[in-house]
Design a protein around this ligand. Structure first.
Ligand code: BGC
Length: 550
């Protein structure tokens, strides 16, 4: 890198090289890790909501009270799916509000909205309208947190560990799902599992979400502001102080100065680009909307957006949430009758999902994206095919216990494969396909796509199970094959590439203009000199531990 600012103006690249990366880096950055873990309560809420309702809606008391009267499968599906619709709206609106009111107060605010939704559900009288409304409102909060928390974490962390933070979020989600399953499994017994069942059986697991909600809503107010947000607001001094505190370093140390100046440069780059493109240097709502327009109408950018949003859509169409939401129903359909056995089997889904996310988190950066994604789709397609075949030959009464067990095993195999591959990687891919200046906007559209598809799958699955039975799995199998083709033939390998290399892969130069601007501004504010200092400091440690700031 010749001792200057990293080529292409990738301000993070230098520190990524000189710091401990991945999980090693996480543990070396105790403070950032602690804060990220706390903020990841948002991911736990996300997962809890993904998991809890599948359990609640097969509880006798809940079914009798709300669902028994439904003749329409759409209304039934919507009780689950409406949360995802709210989440999509939340994910799309959270970004601009977070720019205005800060990341941390946004986290607090959306937590309060989430809690209002939860209270409406818990206190629902005999009208199912409260459940719909409560789930929609809670969804707004969950969707907003699903993008705010990773964004806050990434802005707090040193560059070398940002990738691992994506995986940390996925681990938090799967932990939330796991906990929700087992809590609901336990509360299902309150008052018995049939006629005698108490309302508490379903009200308690819904109400328990308030505990992490309150902790996060209050705790977020005491978190530091994101240094990037402070810079965005022109509060440069505070930004520098916060960075120094986060890195346990001195404000004048080369590393802290480098990160600080990189933030400064980032802001200047945005302002200059806005001035050139739209005639104003204030990056306000108008500029943001015009940038969204550019993303949607410039061919090479649109191509990347299709790949990123495509990864998210395909993740949902693997059928993961058909299983997460309807596992108890699915297990019943393959012979695990007697309510609680289905719930127990579902609890195991939660464990498998969580446990198999751990290796993904540890090794996410050691392998290429394409082979992992292809492996995942191939195995998920096989699982769907086998489950379909077993149900086709044994259903609908399912006397054959062995066949039932084989189907259950295949569902676990499916979950394990999802957890190590598409679970975290869809999020990683949908971040790394975008040029830096479009990353936040690209990701907000990609995550909204994830929620929209999540909603669609939740809506159509009960219909498919009722009307086409085992062929439901064939539908998901076909999507897994499409995902396999995407992984092998459509998605370029992006692991470990620099920003220019990614541009070259996409054969476009949309990023070139911004890169040139970045390089020039980096020079202007002396970023290259600080970079040279760091490289100089690193030399004596050439093949040992890199000097790090903690
Ligand atoms: C997906 C969720 C899913 C979860 C399961 C996430 O990556 O986006 O929709 O419920 O994984 O672990």
């Amino acid at each position: 890198m010749g001792g200057g600012a990293p080529a292409g103006g990738d301000f993070d690249a230098l520190l990524t090289q000189t710091q401990n990366q991945g999980w090693r880096g996480l543990f070396k950055n105790g403070r950032a890790l602690g804060l990220a873990l706390f903020a990841s309560l948002g991911g736990v809420l996300y997962g809890y909501n993904q998991g809890v309702f599948g359990q609640v809606q097969v509880m006798y008391n809940f079914e009798q009270r709300y669902l028994a009267t439904f003749t329409n499968a759409d209304l039934k599906g919507l009780v689950t799916a409406i949360l995802e619709l709210g989440a999509m709206v939340g994910a799309l609106t959270a970004g601009p509000l977070a720019d205005r009111y800060s990341r941390k107060y946004s986290v607090s605010g959306w937590c309060i909205i989430f809690m209002i939704g939860t209270i409406v559900q818990c206190a629902a009288n005999s009208s199912v309208a409260c459940i719909y409304a409560g789930r929609f409102i809670a969804g707004l909060g969950v969707g907003a947190l699903s993008m705010l928390v990773p964004m806050y974490n990434a802005e707090l962390a040193p560059p070398g560990i940002r990738g691992s933070l994506v995986a940390l979020q996925q681990l938090a989600i799967t932990f939330g799902i796991l906990v929700s399953y087992w809590i609901a499994y336990g509360t299902n017994f309150i008052g018995g599992t049939k006629e005698g069942q108490s309302q508490a059986a379903w009200r308690v697991p819904l109400a328990l979400q308030l505990v992490p909600g309150i902790i996060l809503a209050i705790g977020a107010c005491f978190l530091p502001f994101s240094p990037r947000w402070l810079m965005l607001k022109g509060r440069e001094e505070e930004s520098l102080e916060t960075l120094a505190r986060l890195r346990n370093g001195d404000p004048s140390s080369a590393e802290v100065q480098y990160e600080f100046r990189a933030l400064q440069a980032e802001r200047l780059v945005e302002q200059e680009a806005a001035k050139e493109r739209y005639g104003q240097s204030e990056v306000n709502l108008r500029v943001n909307l015009l940038e969204y327009k550019r993303l949607l109408t410039t061919k090479p950018l649109l191509h990347r957006l299709m790949l990123g949003a495509g990864a998210q859509a395909l993740q949902q169409w693997t059928g993961i949430n058909a299983i997460i939401y309807y596992a108890p129903t699915i297990f019943e359909s393959i012979g695990l009758t007697g309510g609680t056995i289905g719930l127990l089997a579902t609890g195991v889904v939660g464990i498998v999902n969580f446990v198999f996310t751990i290796p993904a988190v540890l090794f996410v950066d050691n392998f290429g994206r394409k082979p992992i994604l292809a492996w995942g789709e191939a195995n998920m397609a096989i699982s769907h095919a086998v489950v379909a075949a077993i149900i086709a030959t044994n259903g609908p009464d399912f006397e054959n216990k062995k066949a039932g067990n084989a189907a259950v095993f295949m569902i676990y195999w499916y979950i394990a494969n999802f957890a190590v591959t598409w679970g975290p990687l869809a999020w990683v891919v949908s971040a790394e396909v975008f040029p830096l200046e479009m990353r936040a906007k690209g990701m907000s559209i990609s995550s909204a796509t994830n929620w929209l598809m999540n909603f669609t799958v939740a809506m159509v699955t009960p219909h498919m199970i009722d009307n086409i039975g085992y062929k439901t799995y064939i539908v998901f199998m076909v999507f897994c094959i499409v995902g396999f083709i995407y992984a092998v033939f459509i998605l370029p390998e992006l692991k470990g590439l620099s920003l220019e290399e990614v541009d070259r892969v996409f054969n476009d130069d949309t990023g070139a203009e911004d890169r040139a601007r970045r390089e020039r501004i980096a020079k202007q504010i002396g970023l290259d000199k600080v970079a040279a200092d760091i490289v100089h400091q690193e030399k004596p440690h050439a093949n040992g531990e890199a000097t790090h700031m903690a």
